[in-house]
Design a protein around this ligand. Structure first.
Ligand SMILES: Cc1cc2nc3c(=O)[nH]c(=O)nc-3n(C[C@H](O)[C@H](O)[C@H](O)COP(=O)(O)OP(=O)(O)OC[C@H]3O[C@@H](n4cnc5c(N)ncnc54)[C@H](O)[C@@H]3O)c2cc1C
Length: 417
C-alpha cells in the first residue's frame, strides 16, 4: 500500500487526498492522466495553503531525476521533482551553478517554480526566471515540450499546478561561483526605512530579518567574490562575531555558514542547510510582494499596526526580487520588496493577523506569495495576463483535471478565458 500524503511539510495544512499514485516512467504518467478525471501533483509539500490539495494525488517520487548538462554547459535538464539540494550536488560535480536559491534547498523544482519561489537580490529574478524548457503531461495525457521563446512559454513557467504535470525542467546554469555570508546586528527601524534601497543593494543577495520588535533586526549579506573587507558596521548595525540562526534562539548549526568565509554558492545562498531541519518546522508562513517604490511605506504601515501581529512572528524577512516577464509571477514587470512572516503554528490567530496585514498593505498593490497563507479571494484579478493564462489552461487542460477549489476561487474566479 503506497503512502497517501496527509499534510504539508509543516503539518499546518491537512490534505483531503483519498489515494496517491506513484508512476515510474513518463508513459505511466501519461496513461494515468488520460484515464482519470481529476489529479493533483505533489511536490515536496512545502506550501502552506490548499494550492496542492485534491482527492487524488500523484507523486513523481519514483521517477528517476536523471540530470543532464546540455547546450555546451549552459543548461541542465532534470526531473521536475528533483530538489534544489539534489541538483546542487550534481552541478557541483560539473562546476556549474544556478543563479540563486530560496531559503531552503529541500523544495522540488516543479513546486518552486509553480509558485514563483524566490531568494533575494536586486538583480536576481525568482527561481522560475532561469527555466528555459519544460516537459508537461497535459490533460489528455499527451506530452508537451516547450522552450523559452515559444508562444505562451512565459505563461507556463509559474504554472500553479494548473496546466499539467511538469515531468522535466530545463534551467540555465553558469560557472560555479563562491559566496560568503555575514550578519549585521542591531539595525534600527529609522536606519532601515531611510536606507532601504542602499541596504538591499549592498550585496549579491540581502535579507533583513526582523522580529517586528523595538529594533528592526539583522542584515544578512551574501556576497560573491569581492576584494573588499567586510565593514565593521553597516548603517549602524555591527558585524556579528558568532554564527546566527534567522530565528532567534534556534541552533545556528542548521543555518548556512557565515562569518565572511567563502564557500560554494550552494552552501551559502540558502539560509538553511540540506540535511538539517530548515526554519523551525512548527510554523506557518505568509509573504507579500510590494512594488519597490512602495517598499519603505509598506514597512512603515505594518510597523504602525505591529501590535496586531508581532506576538505571532517567529521571524520576519525583507528580500528583493527582480522583475520578469512570467505571466503569473508577482514580479511580472515589477521589481519587488518581499515581506515575509514565519508565524507560530496557530492557524486561526495567523488568519486574523493576516487580515490586518492585508488591510494595512492594501494601498501598496501587495500580491501574496502563491504558496503561503493569505485570505482566500480572487487574487488572479490583479494579474493583467490572467485572461491569457486562462486561455492557456483551456488548451492544456480543457477538462479541468488539474483544478481544485483553491485554483477556481483564488486564480480563475470570474476569468472567462
Ligand atoms: C521552510 C520553508 C521555507 C520556504 N522558503 C521560501 C523562500 O525562501 N522563498 C519562497 O518564495 N518560498 C519559500 N517557501 C515556499 C515554497 O518554496 C513554495 O511553497 C513552493 O511552492 C514549495 O514547493 P513544493 O515542491 O513543496 O510544492 P508543493 O507545495 O508540493 O506544491 C505547490 C504547487 O505546485 C504543484 N506542483 C508541484 N509539483 C508539480 C509537478 N511536478 N507538476 C505540476 N504541478 C506540480 C502542486 O500541485 C501545487 O499546485 C518556503 C516554504 C517552507 C516550508
Amino acid at each position: 500500500m503506497k503512502q497517501v500524503p496527509a499534510a504539508n511539510w509543516a503539518e499546518s495544512f491537512h490534505y483531503r487526498f483519498e489515494d496517491c499514485v506513484y508512476p515510474q516512467c513518463l508513459d505511466a504518467v501519461s496513461e494515468i492522466v488520460a484515464r482519470v478525471s481529476s489529479i493533483k501533483t505533489l511536490g515536496s509539500r512545502h506550501s502552506f495553503n490548499a494550492i496542492a490539495d485534491g482527492r487524488h494525488a500523484l507523486s513523481l517520487a519514483e521517477l528517476p531525476v536523471d540530470p543532464v548538462i546540455e547546450a555546451n554547459g549552459t543548461q541542465v535538464t532534470v526531473g521536475g521533482h528533483c530538489t534544489y539540494g539534489e541538483l546542487a550536488l550534481f552541478l557541483q560535480r560539473h562546476q556549474r551553478a544556478i543563479h540563486n536559491l530560496a531559503s531552503l534547498p529541500h523544495i522540488s523544482i516543479s513546486g518552486a517554480i509553480a509558485t514563483a519561489t524566490h531568494g533575494s537580490g536586486d538583480r536576481n529574478g525568482s527561481l522560475a526566471t532561469v527555466v528555459s524548457g519544460l516537459e508537461i503531461v497535459t490533460g489528455d495525457g499527451s506530452v508537451v515540450r516547450a522552450a523559452r521563446g515559444d508562444a505562451d512559454f512565459d505563461g507556463m513557467v509559474v504554472h500553479l499546478g494548473a496546466l499539467g504535470i511538469v515531468t522535466r525542467v530545463t534551467l540555465d546554469v553558469q560557472s560555479a561561483f563562491e559566496v560568503a555570508q555575514c550578519v549585521y546586528e542591531g539595525l534600527a527601524w529609522d536606519s532601515l526605512l531611510d536606507n532601504l534601497d542602499d541596504i538591499m543593494a549592498s550585496a549579491y543577495s540581502v535579507s533583513v530579518f526582523t522580529q517586528w520588535a523595538e529594533t528592526a533586526g539583522t542584515i544578512w549579506l551574501k556576497r560573491t567574490i569581492s576584494d573588499d573587507a567586510w565593514p565593521a558596521e553597516l548603517h549602524g548595525a555591527s558585524r556579528a562575531t558568532i554564527k546566527r540562526h534567522p530565528i532567534i534562539g534556534l541552533d545556528p548549526q542548521n543555518a548556512t555558514d557565515q562569518l565572511g568565509e567563502y564557500g560554494l554558492w550552494s552552501d551559502r545562498l540558502a539560509h538553511f542547510k540540506m540535511g538539517f531541519t530548515p526554519s523551525s518546522g512548527a510554523e506557518i508562513q505568509s509573504e507579500f510582494h510590494i512594488p519597490r517604490k512602495h517598499g519603505a511605506a509598506a514597512i512603515g504601515a505594518l510597523l504602525s499596526i505591529r501590535d496586531r501581529f508581532a506576538h505571532l512572528v517567529q521571524a520576519g524577512e525583507f528580500r528583493t526580487v527582480a522583475a520578469d516577464s512570467l505571466w503569473l509571477s508577482p514580479q511580472y514587470r515589477n521589481d519587488t520588496l518581499s515581506i515575509h512572516f514565519t508565524w507560530i503554528r496557530d492557524q486561526d490567530a495567523v488568519d486574523e493577523a493576516v487580515r490586518h496585514i492585508e488591510q494595512a498593505l492594501s494601498p501598496f498593490m501587495a500580491l501574496p506569495h502563491w504558496g503561503k497563507v493569505f485570505t482566500p479571494r480572487h487574487v488572479g484579478a490583479s494579474y493583467e495576463k490572467l485572461p491569457d493564462f486562462a486561455r492557456l489552461r483551456n488548451s492544456m487542460d480543457p477538462e479541468r483535471k488539474f483544478s481544485n477549489p483553491w485554483l477556481e476561487e483564488v486564480v480563475f474566479a470570474e476569468s472567462k478565458g
